[in-house]
Design a protein around this ligand. Structure first.
Ligand SMILES: [Cu+2]
Length: 610
């Protein structure tokens, strides 16, 4: 550990309860309209966006002064603004973007979800060499698709420090749904802490930003409820696994301020409407490390698009959105409101908040955050607790050098684990002491330093809303609900399967595919034109939003030929899911977890199509 991370640590403690103060630099409140011919759509009074002004854009990447927490900081932005300007394009056009680098380090822009030639994809080292300081790189590509997308840097830590923006491609033949207003809703997580310090802190102590570990206080509360013996056993078991049931997100509201369109909860981004109008809200999760649960209390949201592709309209009260995903919803308020747009972080350590109102300056009630989720046996890869017989367990990695831990591995008595799963109907108290002998999921993966655990019974969780969203009294979107409005373009069955395990060690903050970091792994090779099935098995206790560049990921979610086309698929803990890919664009493509610090430490592969 470096001196630097020690210094950072003290600073973080002091910042622990600092939240947004609403002290805003002009660059944030009013995006500039200097060089580019873009039109910000989220200006509260604007209603419908300005018409598309052209196809050529000058984008300058540089440092932008910001003040989000009360401290003067520097973000990375485009044309003096973070989030970067909204780019509004038209399907069928060819766009040209001159990107000039005014930073003192290389930069890049990746067009997330766009089907572009590989050399236009903007990933340094794969697509091109990056954009050196002082240089201009010209991107030029045709727009075959329409929908809500976004763009961000793929260099260094520039994305998490502000280089992200919305990108909208209007459909050539008009929208499937009528709407009167159109707002981009960019969700993000800002921190004043240097990303380098975050990485070193997480490597030094993975629960560094997760202070919700059970404390002495909760120990006595649990002991009172479930008895001292059971409570001690519970602690020993979680300790043996080097996990805590409160491990939800690696980086939390302890250092993050959650933003909507660059505005903190206190700044209260506001979108105007008149009662009776249909408002399209284009949610983009541009955060570094945060899954958001989004709702607008008092309004039904009709989901009409996922990851840029139209889906059959689904009315919901709430949806979870992983980093890099997008959802377009339509709301139709008939009353004046105001209505709060509420996006709580999955771990309930904070929220982003904005308002829909008939005039500016109004604020609706902000709901309390939900209870934080607890991870369950299902998350541990043990399948559904109400399954009868043949229970397989989770093979645990050894726990090097942690004195005081109970011995890891076989023969764990888990029948008293304090998990909500045990309260499910039909879930009898289970004695899993024989699990070492139980049948196991066939895998060559063995627990070790980089593979803390292997899911023995990964299951299909597509119809589940996600940890912390079950039985909350609201209709919550699930992946199983997503049905494309048109059948897939490639009717061929896959000719082969590629199975990958999502692996990691929470304790050591190591993340990868199949137990390997990017630097240790061979590329995944696809033949141009072939159709393959990717199978992902999540052996970890966290969600991972997996993003394949350049090619669509058609999620096999039980909707027959109308599979939703996605660019980013969030895999739940203990889940096994699959999607189809047509390798119809040659080149080197990035394939990675979009939790940026997971990508940073190696949860990244190259996919080669040739
Ligand atoms: Cu990940």
């Amino acid at each position: 550990m470096s001196i630097r991370s020690l210094t950072g640590r003290g600073a973080i403690t002091r910042r622990r309860f600092v939240i947004g103060t609403g002290l805003w630099g002009a660059a944030l409140a009013v995006p500039q309209r200097s060089a580019g011919a873009y039109a910000p759509v989220y200006t509260p009074a604007s209603g419908r966006p300005d018409p598309l002004p052209g196809t050529r854009f000058d984008l300058t990447v540089g440092s932008v002064p910001v003040n989000i927490t009360g401290a003067r900081m520097h973000a990375v932005g485009v044309n003096g603004s973070t989030p970067a300007p909204i780019l509004r394009w038209r399907q069928g056009d060819t766009v040209e973007l001159n990107v000039t680098n005014r930073l003192d380090e290389p930069t890049s822009i990746h067009w997330h979800g766009l089907r572009v030639p590989a050399h236009m994809d903007g990933v340094p080292g794969l697509s091109f060499g990056g954009i050196a300081p002082g240089e201009t790189f010209t991107y030029r590509f045709p727009l075959h698709q329409s929908g809500t997308y976004w763009y961000h840097s793929h260099s260094g830590f520039q994305e998490q420090t502000g280089l992200y923006g919305a990108l909208i491609i209007d459909p050539r033949d008009g929208y499937a749904q009528h709407f009167d207003r159109d707002y981009v809703m960019v969700l993000s997580d800002w921190t004043d802490v240097d990303p380098e310090d975050i990485v070193s802190n997480l490597k030094f102590q993975s629960d560094y930003y997760n202070f919700r570990q059970r404390t002495v206080d909760t120990f006595f509360r649990d002991a009172h409820r479930q008895g001292l013996g059971a409570t001690i056993r519970d602690r020993l078991q979680w300790g043996a696994m080097n996990m805590a049931p409160t491990d939800i997100l690696d980086v939390s509201g302890i250092i993050y301020t959650y933003l909507i369109n660059g505005q903190s909860p206190a700044a209260n981004w506001t979108g105007l409407f008149r009662p009776g109008e249909r408002i399209r809200l284009r949610f983009i999760n541009a955060s570094a490390m945060t899954l958001f649960d989004v709702r607008v209390p008092g309004l039904t949201m009709t989901v009409v698009q996922a990851d840029g592709n139209d889906v059959e309209p689904i009315p919901v009260d709430e949806f979870r959105i992983g980093p890099a995903e997008t959802y377009d919803v339509i709301v139709s308020p008939t009353a004046d409101g105001p209505y709060t747009v509420f996006a709580q972080a999955e771990d309930r350590t904070g929220y982003a908040r904005g308002t829909l109102a008939t005039r500016s300056g109004l604020a609706g009630p902000v709901p309390p955050m939900d209870p934080r989720p607890l991870r369950t046996m299902t998350d541990m890869g043990m399948g559904n607790m109400d399954m009868k017989g043949g229970m397989a367990g989770m093979e645990m990695g050894s726990s090097p050098g942690k004195p005081g831990d109970a011995p890891a591995g076989g023969g764990m008595d888990m029948d008293h684990m304090d998990m909500k799963e045990a309260n499910r109907p039909g879930a009898a108290a289970m004695d899993m002491s024989g699990m070492a002998a139980a049948s196991r999921h066939k895998t060559e993966l063995k627990p070790g330093v980089a593979v803390q655990s292997v899911a023995m019974m990964p299951i299909n969780r597509l119809a589940e809303p996600g940890d912390g969203l079950e039985n909350n009294g609201r209709r919550v979107l699930t992946y199983a609900d997503l049905r494309a409005t048109i059948p897939g373009a490639d009717p061929r069955p896959p000719s082969r399967e590629i199975t990958l395990h999502l692996t990691g060690s929470m304790e050591r903050f190591i993340w990868g595919f199949d137990g390997k970091k990017f630097s240790e792994a061979e590329p995944i090779r696809l033949t141009l034109g072939e159709r393959v099935r990717f199978v992902l098995i999540n052996d970890t206790m966290m969600e991972h939003p997996i993003h394949l560049h350049g090619l669509w990921s058609e999620l096999e979610n039980g909707q027959g030929d109308c599979r939703p086309y996605k660019h980013t698929i969030t895999v739940k803990p203990g889940e096994r899911l699959s999607y189809l890919v047509t390798a119809d664009e040659p080149g080197l493509w990035a394939y990675h977890c979009h939790l940026l610090y997971h990508m940073e430490v190696g949860m990244f592969r190259t996919v080669v199509v040739s």
